[in-house]
Write a protein that binds this ligand. Structure first.
Ligand SMILES: Cc1ncc(C[n+]2csc(CCOP(=O)(O)OP(=O)(O)O)c2C)c(N)n1
Ligand code: SF4
Length: 346
């Protein structure tokens, strides 16, 4: 008797989870970045996005290697260290029909790439930007990055004298319209945050504490597993209901949960915990970041969102058809158009 192979679970496109995976990881066993890769795979699978409609962007670093480990049939580009935002901006403008995800390290983002990161945010370029934040340069053997804690010590005994940059505070300050923080050891939270980011139409920054087990997993480091597990403070419990699924008909008591409606019809449902935070309130988002930092807590959840913010396409008045699909005829203005421009300048 021949045995039937067990039927694989598939998403609404009929694709199994394996279609969303990539090459085997070459990172250290236990690296937080691998846990994030698994959550990216799950989020794209559950949001049923066709892998070939995705552009994966990164810079240089252990974190920037990870796009090779998910969505193997997607488009991909490894930019120079810290220069992913400008390359991603070009790619997004060239083909607006692609779903773009950038993966970066804290060194790539907040050290060498800080200027590029800020300009991406103020333009509100439609893409997901995941920071795999371990407080060190993992790939070059553990030097401090700009997110390392002041006074932190390395295995080598070196002490960091500089204050850290908080990527979420900076992102809100620069006008980012979706700002979240998570921890690589918290898949229940990270998957819906990535799904929410996939439904967002501007830049969505998710700063994820992602421990480097080789160079920065000391108990006193705010980017280590023991510290993050001990100090994680959830803002809310978060569920994501994609636009193709009915919102569950569950009644919630007034004030118990808040739904954030995304432009594509999906809903991010935030169930209130002890701390009542409204993520549409920018000032309160800044305040809560400042308060929790002072208390030594790792605040995680959706910190700020403005689903209606104008994005870079709106600003440039970009047409619906991707530039990459326009022919030369359509791209090159004819002599009449040039005449008109000249006349307007006379
Ligand atoms: C212009 C340039 N400067 C420096 C380097 C060396 N370099 C490669 S990766 C890296 C740091 C990576 O750290 P991070 O972005 O935090 O990622 P992680 O490896 O920790 O995931 C550095 C300094 C480089 N490749 N290019
Ligand atoms: S060096 Fe650190 S960041 Fe790089 S793979 Fe190893 S654990 Fe991960």
């Amino acid at each position: 008797m021949t045995r039937k192979p067990p039927s694989q679970k598939v998403n609404r496109l009929g694709l199994p989870m394996t279609e969303y995976k990539g090459l085997p990881s070459t990172l250290c066993k236990g690296c937080g970045h691998d846990a994030i890769t698994s959550q990216i795979v799950k989020a794209f699978y559950e949001s049923a996005i066709e892998p070939h409609r995705v552009a994966k962007m990164s810079g240089i670093g252990c974190s920037s290697k990870t796009p090779a480990y998910f969505l193997s049939t997607a488009h991909g580009f490894n930019a120079v260290h810290g220069r992913m935002p400008s390359v991603a901006t070009g790619a997004v403008l060239g083909n607006r029909s692609l779903v773009t995800i950038g993966v970066s390290g804290d060194g790539d983002t907040a050290s060498i790439g800080l200027g590029q990161f800020c300009h991406l945010l103020r333009r509100n370029v439609p893409m997901i930007y995941i920071i795999e934040n371990n407080g060190v340069y993992g790939l070059t053997k553990g030097q401090f990055s700009a997110t390392a804690d002041k006074g932190a010590a390395l295995k080598t005994g070196a002490i960091n004298d500089l204050p850290p940059i908080d990527c979420c505070t900076l992102a809100i300050e620069m006008g980012c319209s979706y700002v979240a923080r998570s921890f690589s050891g918290d898949p229940k939270q990270l998957v819906p945050l990535i799904q929410g980011a996939l439904s967002h139409q501007g830049t969505a920054v998710i700063d994820v504490v992602s421990p480097c087990v080789t160079f920065n997993n000391r108990e006193d480091s705010t980017k280590s597993y023991p510290w993050a597990k001990e100090h994680e403070e959830l803002l809310h419990q978060i569920d994501f209901v994609p636009h193709f699924e009915p919102i569950e008909e569950v009644e919630y008591e007034e004030g118990e949960s808040k739904d954030v409606e995304m432009p594509d019809g999906s809903v991010i449902r935030l169930r209130k915990l002890e701390r009542g935070h409204d993520p549409s309130d920018r000032r309160s988002a800044m305040r809560i970041l400042e308060d929790t930092r002072g208390k030594g807590e790792l605040l995680t959840g959706l910190i700020y969102v403005d689903p209606q913010a104008d994005n870079f396409f709106d600003l440039l008045n970009l047409g619906d058809r991707p530039l990459a699909q326009l022919g030369e005829e359509e791209l090159r203005p004819g002599p009449e158009v040039l005449d008109e421009v000249m006349k307007s300048l006379m």
